[in-house]
Each structure stands twice: as structure tokens, then as C-alpha cells.
Design a protein. Structure first.
Length: 273
């Protein structure tokens, strides 16, 4: 198994969180349950190894060379190719996809779309150049040059500064902040704030805050043991009672916190996409 993370060059620091590469050889398909991550991504499916991503109400069969992933709002089940995984991915910052594509993200939540629907023939040229690179570092350098070019030629205007300020406030509060407070601190109306979030992230600020809070709690559980005081944890993160906390955690993970702690081991490492 190979799993590596690479950090972006400074010019892409507010667009890309990191690049990741995962290669795993398998003798049969692996089915894995993934809780809702904080993630918008771009993934290159080397060797075109088909895999399936299944949500509660729909399923995607990924058999093309590259896909863009909108922000998830629910858990999913991934069934790998029986021969394994060979993927190079980009984990974007919250506004990353909008900043390199300029597309309206309003209908992108929980969506997976083939990259050629956005960049057309440019994808084929990029893929050829990436696969001709002599090593992984060079492959990422080719991809990074492409992303820099897109970033420099894409301009966002509509309330982007207000959204970035709101994102910082949400991150600082670990999601435990209401829309009214965001609206007051960013000096824009609630309607304008919600429209800007839909344009750039595909979801409302309240839902984004809930996903942030869920992942903050999940990170705590990932570092703790079965004797974790769930009631105290719920209070720390602003839930009014433990049943509300359990319901919210199950909504984004598909599991209760107790069951999640019991089943937290993974068979191999890869990003969500």
C-alpha cells in the first residue's frame, strides 16, 4: 500500500488543502462506509479502475479518468475495484473548486461529475502530460501548473470576501455558531449570505456549520476510547441534550457515536474521494 500527501505551492495556498496519492493492490473489492467529510475534491482515476459510490438515494459508477466531487452532506458507501485503488486526488479549500472553475456550485452538493464536462478537451491533454511525467512529484507539478493557470484566470466577485470571513468564523467556533451571528459579523443580510454560500459551496451556511461541528466531534472520537463521556462531549459542542447529539451524529455518519467508536478501525487509508 502507498499513501502520500503533498502540500501545494504558496500561490495555491488558499485553493488547495493538499494533494494525496493512494495505491492499493487488492484481490477482491472492499466495501467501506465513509462518514460525511469536510471535502471538495478532484480525483484522477489512474488505469480507469471502476468503483462505486453509493448514497442513500443514488449511486455513481466511476469509470472515467477524472471527477470533481462537491461537498458531501451525508455518508456514503464506496465499493472499490476488485484489483485495487490507484488515485491521485486534490483536497480543495472550501472555495477551491469555485476559484479554479468559476462555476456556480449551487447544485454540486453530493454530486460527482466527470471533469471533461467542465474542461472538455483540456482534460485529455492534461491527463496525457501527467501520465508522461517520470515520477509522482513531476505528475503533481504538471497538475499544479494547470491549476495555477485556472486560478489566475478565474475571478469571483459576488460577496466572496464576506463568505471567506464567515468560513473563518465557522472554523474558529468549530461549527457552533448561528447564522444570525454570522450575518451580523459579516455585515450582510441573511439572504445575501445564504445566496453567496450556495453559489460558492453549494450548501447553506447552517448546514456547512453542522458539517464542521460533526467533523470536529468525529476528530475527538477518533482520538479517544470507548469510555468517552458522550454527554459532556455533547455539551461542549453546544447540543442541548444527548439525544440531539446522537441524532445529529447519526445523520452525518450513519452510526451512533457509540457504534462509531466500536467500528472506527479501517482496512486501508485513502481520502474520501
Amino acid at each position: 500500500m502507498i499513501y502520500r500527501i503533498f502540500h501545494p505551492v504558496p500561490i495555491l495556498a488558499d485553493v488547495v488543502e493538499h494533494y494525496w496519492y493512494s495505491k492499493i493492490d487488492l484481490s477482491e473489492s472492499v466495501v467501506q462506509h465513509y462518514a460525511t467529510p469536510l471535502l471538495q475534491g478532484l480525483a484522477f482515476n489512474f488505469n480507469l479502475k471502476t468503483e462505486e459510490h453509493e448514497f442513500a438515494n443514488h449511486k455513481y459508477t466511476l469509470d472515467k479518468s477524472a471527477y470533481i466531487f462537491g461537498q458531501p452532506t451525508c455518508p456514503r458507501v464506496i465499493t472499490t475495484n476488485e484489483k485495487g485503488v490507484d488515485i491521485l486526488g486534490v483536497k480543495f479549500k472550501p472555495l477551491g473548486i469555485a476559484k479554479i472553475t468559476g462555476i456556480n456550485m449551487e447544485n454540486m452538493a453530493d454530486k460527482i461529475i466527470a471533469v471533461d464536462a467542465i474542461w472538455g478537451n483540456e482534460l485529455e491533454l492534461l491527463s496525457d502530460e501527467m501520465q508522461s511525467a517520470p515520477n509522482l512529484e513531476s505528475t503533481i507539478s504538471v497538475l499544479e501548473s494547470f491549476l495555477i493557470n485556472k486560478y489566475l484566470h478565474t475571478k469571483l466577485h459576488y460577496r466572496v470576501d464576506s463568505v471567506q470571513n464567515a468560513l473563518a468564523l465557522i472554523a474558529y467556533a468549530q461549527g457552533n455558531i448561528d447564522v444570525k451571528t454570522l450575518q451580523e459579523k459579516t455585515n450582510i443580510t441573511r439572504k445575501t449570505l445564504e445566496r453567496a454560500f450556495r453559489n460558492y459551496l453549494g450548501i447553506h451556511p447552517k448546514l456547512y456549520s453542522r458539517i464542521i461541528r460533526f467533523n470536529a466531534i468525529k476528530n475527538v472520537l477518533d482520538r479517544t476510547s470507548m469510555d468517552c463521556n458522550l454527554t459532556a462531549l455533547a455539551m461542549d459542542f453546544g447540543f442541548y441534550d444527548c439525544s440531539h447529539f446522537i441524532s445529529e451524529f447519526k445523520n452525518f455518519s450513519g452510526l451512533t457515536p457509540h457504534t462509531y467508536l466500536k467500528n472506527s478501525s479501517t482496512e486501508f487509508t485513502r481520502e474520501f474521494v
